[in-house]
Design a protein around this ligand. Structure first.
Ligand code: SME
Length: 152
């Protein structure tokens, strides 16, 4: 098993142990963001909550970020409206990318679904270098979504 796989294995175990359905969702998502960010030392890790026609910034770790993203806009809004994960190798080449911080160079966005298969959050992760994310990240982050369905 390579080091990233081991890191994800441990991360997934730790998230399973820390989530607690008896506390508010944003508190749990704060811990989930903190665990993910600290394991990989990524630039920004956070959740946007899907509300009516826009995404609202929810629990996150990293620099201050944009608070509202209309459905369909940016990488996050597109992942939500098109119900798909998006990996952006170079933010400068993604039409409509919303720059919350100029240090962000690449990103991955995963729609997070509840037990009814509805998108209730999107997870956005930013890196300060290009080409930072791949299908292995996508697969593991989707596993984290499934793991935390009880608190969504
Ligand atoms: N870059 C995102 C906006 C959110 S921040 O990166 C935290 C986008 O284009 O949707």
């Amino acid at each position: 098993m390579d080091s990233d796989s081991l890191t994800y294995k441990k991360l997934i175990q730790d998230i399973g142990n820390i989530i607690d359905p008896s506390i508010p969702t944003h508190t749990n998502l704060g811990n989930v963001s903190a665990l993910i960010k600290s394991r990989f030392n990524w630039f920004w890790v956070g959740f946007y909550k899907a509300e009516k026609s826009e995404l609202i910034l929810n629990a996150f770790q990293g620099p201050a970020a944009c608070v509202r993203i209309p459905k369909g806009n940016g990488v996050c809004g597109k992942a939500w409206s098109e119900n798909k994960s998006i990996i952006v190798e170079d933010v400068d080449l993604f039409e409509g990318h919303i720059s919350c911080n100029p240090a962000s160079r690449s990103e991955i966005v995963i729609p997070f679904k509840n037990s009814n298969d509805e998108i209730v959050y999107v997870l956005d992760i930013d890196h300060d270098q290009k080409n930072a994310f791949n299908k292995i990240d996508e697969m593991n982050l989707k596993t984290i979504n499934k793991l935390i369905v009880p608190i969504l």
